[in-house]
Design a protein around this ligand. Sequence first.
Ligand code: ATP
Ligand code: MG
Length: 311
Amino acid sequence: MAEAVPRVDFSGARLLVVGDLMLDRYWFGDVQRISPEAPVPVVRVTRSDERLGGAANVAFNAASLGVRATLVGAIGEDEPGRRIEALARERGIELRAARDPQLATTIKLRVIGRQQQLLRVDFEQAPGPQALEQAFEAVRAAIDQAQVVVLSDYGKGVLAQVERIVALARAAGRIVIVDPKGDDYSRYAGATVLTPNRGELREVVGAWRDEADLAARAQALRRSLKVRYLLLTRSEEGMTLFSDDGVLDVPAQAREVYDVSGAGDTVVAVLASMLAAGRPIAEAVTLANRAAGIVVGKLGTAAVTPQELFA
Ligand SMILES: Nc1ncnc2c1ncn2[C@@H]1O[C@H](COP(=O)(O)OP(=O)(O)OP(=O)(O)O)[C@@H](O)[C@H]1O
Ligand SMILES: [Mg+2]
């Protein structure tokens, strides 16, 4: 592991995380035979596991560092929705979710037999206008207590009117970090930080030929959106920060890679927590990269503890 980094005091840091809430469910079992009904394996489920996913995973990652996180999104009045509530409570996250009785809470179910994912089943639905309004009111009520607002967009509909939230957060003088989705980033104009991954950035600026071409495209996008920092996460290539100060490359730090899912959530959570604790951006990026390097060594969407981060 790399050298120890000075411990950061997160006790005064407060985040408001807004976005698409999800439940990640895993069913584990044995496969002994092929179904007589169709040429598919029969999994006899022996164990299950559940994790907070999407925006809820960002809040979970912040809470794991000791940061107080308020989480806003939408859930249905169903079993997965109640599980999200219970998990948030257990993790010390203050959940202020809109409850839409028409909504099926987003859940991603993985069926795993013999250490292998056999199937993923998604249930998802966009929240209705009333739920969006409720969520917006929850943001308005919570925004004064947080230094940083995180908008975790998984394209499931909670951030359909993200412009309103960015405007509200900016008027309140808050740092706004957006984990973006889709091909229209004008929706995020005026945010402080955007954190696309490679595929997400490519969707917006096109494929780049080399590093110089990437920098030109990223900087042009950043300036056109009046965004202060664009942090490109690059999986095994680490991350690159684009700003008015130029380009900062941070190489990936992972020792062993087991599961990269959720690494982007960890990046956003650590970055936001650091900025909420008043740390400078370069330090925040370095620590976020370190945290991501640790979390990819864990199975399933997971979080990093201060003990691991500052070891
Ligand atoms: N294969 C890898 N090896 C080393 N580090 C990795 C790897 N994959 C991810 N990371 C670390 O995690 C960070 C975020 O990963 P990535 O760019 O894949 O984000 P992402 O696509 O948004 O992730 P996800 O959506 O799965 O949460 C990277 O910047 C890097 O620090
Ligand atoms: Mg991501």
